[in-house]
Design a protein around this ligand. Sequence first.
Ligand SMILES: [Zn+2]
Length: 414
Amino acid sequence: MKDKFFYECIDCGKIYESSQITYLCTDCEKQNDENNPPKGVLKTIYDYKELNSRYKKNIFDQLVKSGFLDLLPLKTLGSLPFLKVGNTPLYKVSSIDDNNFDFELYLKDDSQNPTFSFKDRASAVVSAFAKENNIDTIVAASTGNAGSSLAGMCAAQKQKAIIFVPAAAPKAKLTQIMMYGAQIVPIDGTYDNAFDMSIEATKKYGWYNRNTAFNPLTIEGKKTVSFELFSQLNQNLPDRIFVPVGDGVIISGVYKGFEDLFNLGIIDKIPVIIAVQAIGSSNIIENMNRDKFISTPSKTIADSISVDIPRNFRMAKKYIKENFGETILVSDEEIIAASKVLSSRTGIFAEPAASAAFAGFLSYYWDGKFNKGSKNVVLLTGSGLKDLNAVQRIIDIPSPVKPDIFEIGKFLNK
Ligand SMILES: [Zn+2]
């Protein structure tokens, strides 16, 4: 039987059969060094023509019915973890202040995944692929979410996970990784150091590596959010989608999902995607128009998108440029303020990276950029409980009150 998918190098265009390669294009990889985003990330390509002729009509409905198996790098959906990954809620919100919107705002709440972040979409596919290929140890470098996600998926699938994290990752994420029974390797350094170490260790010990973009299947897992959005909007495209950006893999995944639908003739355009980065970690946006990549050390409260060398810079840049995507930078203060607005006005408590996307939305909103009747989506990628420290600076937990109704009265009137 012919392979279901093949890979194409986004830099040199070389084609690889799916059984031929696991990570980066072997030609382009030779040019990589530690100061630049890697070349040779692979895009997974399916036989769209064959799918089209097989399905004939109502392709999308049939894809939904089959759980999109034809657009996943897997043999069967039965290889996926039994936990419910994806199919997260899409909430329509009509206002965040005293005025009702004259456009539509949808919040895609991916904190509702099993380990409370978007990363489960990628971890589930990587874990399933490992299962189908009899691989039992998976390694990942992570700022915290990808690691806790892989650890959780591996726990569900009885696989071994080894997670390289910067030692300064939020406690909740480190705790989660350890509770899932994964082996943790806290690196005295940045996420970028953890990333490089995990790859060296992968080569030395022969493990399977989940690193974002380095493993092309991570993009395939992440793209599923676009299928869901299209389905949840009754097969309509959103006009704008706000996506938090660090490594550039989530945004590439969102584009890839719509690109698959475009290649099948299901949609006739790609929505406008807004890449939102923190001012303190803006290595994708700042380098969009430079000939030579310059990395600025990242420092932001949004740890999940704090990255010095964005691992999928090249693919993300290409997608954004080719599809007229937009970019916006938000400050840490704006992120924290957005987090408060989101929590107090909608009941969704999101982590700083996700709040960054919402801060991007708020900036557009206050500038009056949304057309009447337009559909706008904010991708909320992780739960606020994963990083309580980040927001504790803006709240002041009151001192205890004596259990006495008179004292309570005094307290309430303060
Ligand atoms: Zn190549």
